[in-house]
Write a protein that binds this ligand. Sequence first.
Ligand code: TGC
Ligand code: FAD
Length: 390
Amino acid sequence: MAAFSGVDYLDFDSLLSDEEKLARQTARQFVEDQIIPIIEECNREGKFPKQLVPQLGELGFFGANLKGYGCAGMSNVEYGLVTQELERGDSGLRSFVSVQSSLVMYPIYAFGSDAQKDKWLPLLQQGKAVGCFGLTEPQFGSNPSGMLARAVKKGDSYILNGEKMWITSGSIADVAVIWAKTEDDRIRGFLVEKGTPGFKAWDVHGKWSLRASVTSGLSMSDCKIPAENVLPGVDGLKGPLSCLNQARYGIGWGAIGAAMSCYDTALRYAKERKQFQNKPIASHQLVQEKLVWMITEITKAQFLALQVGRLKDLGRVHPSHISMLKMNNVWMALETARRAREVLGANGIVDDYPIMRHMNNLESVYTYEGTNDIHKLVIGERITGVAAFY
Ligand code: TGC
Ligand code: FAD
């Protein structure tokens, strides 16, 4: 079968620089060579391909849009194109990179002390250390401001107690960025290192989604955290939400990759599969309508992502722009996967094809990092001036 060569209906590539195309091509080749051959097996076995982490580091994909500490210093558009390609491989792979980059490296980079940056950023960039981000709790998902995790100052340490749930890479992390409230009721970030007494991580089993990604629960029971492990540069909910702006941006691009994989599979299949008078199903109007829907929505999603990326590179992006990107593009990818599955008929349900894996993965992507509903409400607040969360 011919290799994937991109989806470009409206000469999108004419808007990209050579550097941007190179970043995309590097990630595309990595996915072709290293991910596509193993991903269905990883998905079946519920196994994260951890052996690829050092290579992801060597390619500069961790903290790719940060500067210094060995980071690649990519533009936001280059980084977005990388996440697009990674998610064409698998949303779980992109999740790993998003968490490592946007939810662990970014808070240390933006809010950490020099000592924290020097200690962790080079290790995380190279994939010699893995990180996770603990915001969600069993009782507080969309509304993290209600969190119950508490840190009480005792001498030159904090005593941390609480539970976090649905934490990507939780049980394989060397460092967890845990968000908890201190006695003044302000949310602060704590770097909790692997092996800290009282810190436990266990894996969520029975997932039908993101099977090639580790999802964990965390518990902290009287964990003694040195005060120098608190992120000094931020307090309040804007700390974790600033990290989420970075990660949601990567997801907005990533979802295009999953959609491209589904569209490409459906288009190839429709041209080959014959029904009624030995004609390819691509010759039927109803099949064409589905393919046209997909290419139109993918094209719109590409331009949305590019404009948000350009605004981000200019320092002019607003979180509600990123909400529109995440909300629209993940919805688009999920709808594309559903239509693509339909085009493949019964063959669409087996893992000889990537479609159901992407579809199941996208159910998580639709929910995490702010559900589709929450992003609608963020945009609603931006345009009306009225917050409708409560
Ligand atoms: P609200 O009163 O609106 O704001 C509190 C403070 O935060 C500031 N703020 C932001 N700052 C930066 N970026 C943003 N996007 C921000 N949105 C708000 C705001 O200015 C305020 O600052 P200050 O200085 O006045 O204190 O907060 P709220 O409690 O009403 O909540 C707003 C809401 C609902 C939008 C927020 O809670 C939200 O986004 N909820 C969704 C939660 C979420 O996304 N969780 C994600 C968990 S991590 C995850 O899913 C990782 S998956 C990883 C993977 O595998 O890829
Ligand atoms: P809830 O908040 O209980 O929402 C349930 C439903 O109610 C949703 O449809 C929601 O849209 C709707 N709803 C809630 N409030 C409103 C409202 N005001 N108006 C209208 N509708 C509303 N979290 C982390 O901290 N770190 C991670 O690494 C991480 N990784 C994840 C990995 C996976 C695979 C998954 C599935 C989740 C992960 N999460 C992580 C958690 C994720 O961020 C939460 O699941 C998400 O924020 C939603 O919270 P919830 O599941 O508790 O749903």
